[in-house]
Design a protein around this ligand. Structure first.
Ligand code: NAI
Ligand code: AKG
Length: 527
């Protein structure tokens, strides 16, 4: 049998190539290619090892006719189209912890560099200016550090900042009260953090919720003289608004490792007062790069040679016998989890996963893993079906599994109940034709819908003319409707409209839908 072929397409520690070879793979290291060159080449490979430069788009995946696995030597996977990779049966893995310490240290270094204006002082000193009076700094001791995102990296930053005698406050919807106590941080709402922090540091993935989390509006809520650090992802901050705040002195300094468009060869922030930056160096230490390179090579070669699955973002650990029976249930479970994650508000305290009928005769653990992974995927790039139960526990979520082999209205059913600060919410789904995941109940309203691609969810008062209005609104915006599903609690009562559309729905269209008479909730969903 021929050896699996692996392409390393981003700069990676040479240990990665060595491990691939030692583990029985043929490996090529070809970096810095254009997307067209990658598309022309990728068909030859079974595995692809990347960092953040290679963009694994639909086009790349369409050309990757032999590809079985993609490995990200690092954490963020926003450069990989995971849903499309899943649809092509390509496993996507990352290395969730190998560069966390390094990235946290970079955030601390950026904070200290900001506090003492080290880059500019260094530049002027080396120009022979000896600017002794031009650089009055601030101490960090006793200051408040606001963490937006308190996961792996955020919690390391917190511990380092506490060592610097800072008070740490954190905003993170998934941070439990217990975990906050364990970390020694004060859990706060975003507005409180903005109002109180002397330094703000961001450590979330880029998601629909975190995009522009420091928007013009939120930047205006910050304390005058705040200093901001972003070593997570570009796109978390509105760069033009930040420029304005630096120019008018409200923000005393900003340090960015990441930009909305990378590589950032030009940017609205360049040249702003007290602005410093690095070219996405958060993970760039010898230690982190050796860690992630070794890890990615071990994981990918294990999958290609032995079928072992570690840190997969779109696949659980399963025995070869169970896999075919459970796969459709896991697809259903992940979609239902994702639906609940997108629709539930507030801190998730309890989640009940009930399986009924045929589903209850199977190994329920992968189903639970899939529900939790779907639920938390929007909050973390590092969650997968294997680690999701552990992360849920660490975050103080109580997970209950209930199985009932007796059939109800459906021969097989998965029902998810979540208990949040905002109340209890239930969704349920079944398999049509033994393999097609289908939503059958949303918050107590019967409906039948595929959960796929971009969707629009509306809760409204059941009244004549409403459906026509929404149809016209989308039509006028040039948005094509794929499928249309309706359900209602009772005649004239609360109704749910769930429709699939062929593109992302712009904010202004969502706003216009919100403004229609009788509308209670509007939310864009994606699966
Ligand atoms: N600059 C660089 O080179 C590097 C950047 N990163 C970035 O750092 C990010 C964080 O990494 P980890 O801490 O390992 O991930 P993680 O998944 O452990 O933590 C992310 C945290 O963000 C929280 N979060 C999600 N949505 C939020 C929201 N709307 N508001 C507040 N908090 C929210 C989550 O609950 C979670 O606790 C990664 O997603 C990656 O994009 C990671 C490594 C290197
Ligand atoms: O590989 C790199 O240099 C970037 C690391 C990163 O952004 C990540 O792991 O999310």
């Amino acid at each position: 049998m021929s050896k699996p072929r692996v392409l390393i397409s981003d700069k990676m520690d040479p240990n990665a190539a060595r491990i691939f070879e030692e583990n029985g793979c043929d490996v090529d290291v070809i970096t810095g290619e254009t997307p067209e060159q990658l598309i022309a080449r990728i068909g030859d490979y079974d595995g692809l090892a990347i960092r953040s430069s290679t963009k694994v788009t639909k086009e790349v995946l369409d050309a990757a006719t032999n590809l079985k696995v993609i490995g990200r030597a690092g954490i963020g996977v926003d450069n990989v189209d995971i849903p499309y990779a899943s649809s092509k049966g390509v496993v996507v893995m990352n290395t969730p912890f190998g560069n966390s310490i390094t990235t946290a240290e970079h955030a601390i270094a950026m904070m200290m560099a900001l506090a003492r204006q080290i880059p500019e002082a260094n530049a002027q000193t080396q120009q022979g200016l000896w600017p002794k009076n031009g650089f009055m700094g601030v101490e960090v001791t006793g200051k408040t550090l606001g963490l937006i995102g308190a996961g792996n990296i955020g919690s390391i930053v917190a511990s380092r900042a506490q060592g610097l005698k800072m008070k740490v406050i954190a905003f993170d919807p998934f941070l439990s009260a217990e975990r906050a106590v364990e970390m020694g941080v004060e859990k706060v709402e975003l507005d409180q953090l903005l109002a109180r922090a002397d330094f703000i540091t961001l450590h979330t993935p880029l998601t629909a919720e975190t995009k522009n989390i420091l928007s013009a509006e939120n930047l205006a809520k910050t304390k005058k003289g705040v200093r901001i650090v972003n070593c997570a992802r570009g796109g978390l901050i509105d760069e033009a608004a930040l420029r304005e705040m630096l120019d008018n002195g409200h923000v005393a300094g900003a340090a960015l490792d990441v930009f909305a468009v990378e590589p950032a060869k030009e940017n609205v922030l360049f040249g702003a007062p007290n602005f410093i930056c690095t070219p996405h160096l958060g993970a760039s230490t010898t230690e982190a790069q050796v860690n992630v390179a070794l890890q990615v090579a071990e994981q990918l070669s294990d999958y290609l040679v032995n079928g072992g699955v570690t840190n997969a973002l779109n696949m659980p650990s399963l025995s070869a016998e169970e896999a075919p029976k459970l796969k459709p249930y896991m697809a259903l479970a992940e979609k239902l989890g994702s639906l609940v994650g997108q629709l539930a508000h507030g801190n998730l305290k309890r989640i009940g996963i009930e399986v009924e009928g045929h589903a209850a005769t199977l190994n329920i653990k992968p189903i639970t893993g899939a529900v939790l992974a779907g639920l938390m995927r929007r909050y973390s790039d590092t969650v997968n079906m294997v680690n999701a139960p552990f992360i849920a526990k660490e975050r103080g979520m109580e997970v209950r599994e209930i199985r009932n082999e007796r059939e109800g209205a459906y021969s097989t059913l998965i029902r998810i109940k979540v208990d949040t600060d905002a109340g209890e919410r239930t969704v349920a789904g079944t398999l049509f034709g033994k393999s097609q995941p289908r939503l059958v109940d949303i918050f107590g309203i019967g409906i039948e819908a595929d959960l796929d691609g971009n969707m629009l969810y509306i809760v409204n008062e059941d009244a004549p003319g409403f459906i026509g209005r929404i149809g016209s609104l989308l039509g006028e915006a040039g948005i094509n409707i794929g499928t249309f599903h309706l359900g209602r609690r009772e005649t004239g009562g609360e109704a749910v409209l769930l429709l699939s559309v062929d593109q992302e729905i712009p904010q202004e269209v969502l706003k216009a839908a919100c403004d229609c008479p009788g509308v209670k909730t509007v939310k864009a969903l994606s699966f």
